[in-house]
Design a protein around this ligand. Structure first.
Ligand SMILES: NC(=O)c1ccc[n+]([C@@H]2O[C@H](COP(=O)([O-])OP(=O)(O)OC[C@H]3O[C@@H](n4cnc5c(N)ncnc54)[C@H](OP(=O)(O)O)[C@@H]3O)[C@@H](O)[C@H]2O)c1
Length: 322
């Protein structure tokens, strides 16, 4: 990162630099990256924010989830040629602490790119924090994002009867309905979210997975059914839209309807990635789950990938082949 953006990030804030390939010390691997993901969180991490994630540092490489091939290892259960998942994307060669590398097992997920899905977050939120029960109506905000494009499928897998999403355009809404199992969509900018959600969920919302906040979160709370469970996962309206994500909560309504509202962080659940990989592998093999994503080729495309993602150009995860 060349410098921290004040407003929207642009081409000048990121640059590709050539430096010598680093030497791995003891307990570290040298990994040739193959594919990495870009996410909305990275846009947030380019600035100092209130979100609980460290900011990127001007003058240093960005980082984020990647899959690569081990080139050099000093034992520790890794050997040259192994595919590993690790947190040092945004570079062709990475030095990775052995404890931060995990084998990408082709017997579990045949396409290593699938290890970069955001499904573990959606799976965790909908099984741990806001568990879906058979027959539920589920509302997923940010349904076209990496988390949301998996969350609709997962809600259905867990027995939801009706799955509603939100997105930023009628075109994406159509794709979410026809390709990703959403029954109805709240479209940002197409009228008040509350009116749209009332129409889409006339019997109320039993489970909310919220990645957006703001108007959409307020609408979900207003139509929450008795016993509703709400998992707060992100705040895209502040992260990408520059508008406040905060909402007013009416305690009388929360008590009367016994609504549970809880933040979710994937970091609190170290068991999730393995559990999700096994579930995702089963679903991909029998065709009951798909991995919506786009791939751009070449590390030079990584900044473009990030800017396109923040503009909402894609559906699902945005990956860059390094
Ligand atoms: N708690 C955790 O453990 C955890 C883990 C992973 C991610 N997260 C968070 O979850 C959220 C979603 O992550 P993600 O990786 O799925 O995101 P993503 O794929 O990067 O989401 C990008 C999507 O955001 C939507 N968007 C753009 N501007 C928006 C705006 N002003 N308001 C609402 N949506 C807007 C765009 O779709 P549309 O324009 O079509 O809506 C775009 O497709 C983020 O807040 C991320 O930080 C949390």
């Amino acid at each position: 990162m060349v410098s921290r953006p004040e407003g929207a990030p642009g081409a000048g804030h990121l640059a590709a630099e050539e430096v010598p390939v680093p030497e791995p010390g003891p307990g570290r691997l040298l990994v040739r990256n193959r594919i990495m993901s870009v996410t909305a969180a990275m846009r947030t991490m380019m600035t100092e924010s209130d979100l609980p994630m460290p900011a990127f540092v001007p003058g240093r490489a960005l980082w984020g989830p990647a899959v690569g091939e081990v080139v050099r290892a000093s034992g520790g259960g890794f050997a040259p040629g192994d595919l590993v998942v690790h947190p040092y994307g945004w570079r062709e060669y990475a030095v990775v602490e052995e404890e931060r590398a995990h084998h990408a097992d082709p017997a579990v997920l045949p396409d290593p790119a699938a290890y970069l899905s955001q499904g573990a977050t959606a799976w965790g939120a909908l099984t741990r924090t806001a568990p879906v029960r058979p027959g539920d109506t589920v509302f997923v905000t940010g349904a076209a994002g990496g988390v949301g494009a998996m969350a609709g499928q997962i809600a259905r897998r867990l027995g939801a009867r009706r799955v509603i999403g939100s997105t930023g355009s009628p075109h994406k809404a159509e794709r979410l309905r026809t390709e990703l199992g959403y029954d109805d969509i709240v479209v940002r900018g197409a009228g008040p979210a509350l009116e749209q959600l009332r129409r889409a969920a006339p019997e109320g919302v039993d489970v909310l997975l919220d990645t957006v906040g703001g108007e959409q979160l307020a609408a979900a709370l207003a139509v929450a059914a008795t016993g509703a469970r709400c998992a707060l996962v992100g705040a895209l309206t502040a992260q990408l839209g520059g508008a406040p994500a905060a909402v007013r909560v009416d305690p009388a309504l929360m008590v009367a309807r016994r609504i549970t509202l809880a933040g979710f962080s994937r970091q609190d659940h170290p068991d999730l990635p393995g559990e999700w990989a096994a579930e995702f592998g089963r679903g991909l093999r029998d065709g009951s789950l798909v991995f919506p994503h786009v791939r751009l080729r070449g590390i030079a495309q990584a900044p473009r990938a990030l800017f396109e993602l923040t503009e909402g150009r894609h559906i699902g995860s945005v990956l860059v082949e390094v």
